[in-house]
Design a protein around this ligand. Sequence first.
Ligand code: NDP
Length: 239
Amino acid sequence: MKRALVTGGSGGIGAAICRRLAADGHHVIVHANRSRGKAEAIVGEIIAAGGSAEAVVFDVTERAATAAALEALLETGPIQIVVNNAGIHADAVFPGMSAEQWHSVIDVSLHGFFNVTQPLSLPMIRTRWGRIINISSVAAIAGNRGQVNYSAAKGALHAATKSLALEVANRGITVNAVAPGVIATEMSDGAFDAETIKKLVPMQRAGRPEEVADLVAFLASDKAAYISGQIISINGALI
Ligand code: NDP
């Protein structure tokens, strides 16, 4: 049984990824920041369904706290699947964007990726098998008004995905990014109503978190061993 850490497992897409990886037989570490209760509820669901899971809580922007939490997890063995899914948005048109909005979004998505993935990388390399999956966004591919900070953070994640994939390719480790379009979660609920989604998305609906989770689970599987350094978008033909 492999151990999988899903950051932001307490959120909409993260929870679906946790459930799916557990259904595939992995031990899932469901991560939360503020929503410990949600992470514990998902752990309870997974265990009730016959799976294996535990919850962990830390702020991915805090390097020392993240390192301490990961060190404790590594005491019981390596983590071979890492899904960097924690993310926030703080939208504003650029002239009105505050430094706080700029830094907070980059801190969670980009520095969070570093804080979580770097300490896990050597133990993963030693096992000669690993999967690193970074959840980005179509905003990083096509751009999006009001999201200069968010698209910059996710675009940097794309570049990091490609470079890290090269570094670890001969160690049995793949590194990919999954770039969702509009997915029905709390994050997108405030941003789009059903009518807007119908006009915006050629498939005329938001994607489901489970659809993103299916893609992530495939990338995490042995079947995806030859897919690395890729940005794979799941967006209902949006771009
Ligand atoms: P949610 O808002 O539902 O979940 C966000 C998750 O990130 C939560 O689990 C939250 O933890 C966690 N998180 C936020 N800040 C921190 C932090 N400082 N440290 C640790 N964890 C943190 O979002 P979604 O499920 O919709 O999004 C998941 C990912 O998918 C994000 O990276 C997002 O950018 C991306 N995405 C989403 C799209 C959508 O349409 N929904 C479209 C494209 C990309 P907690 O609640 O415990 O604080």
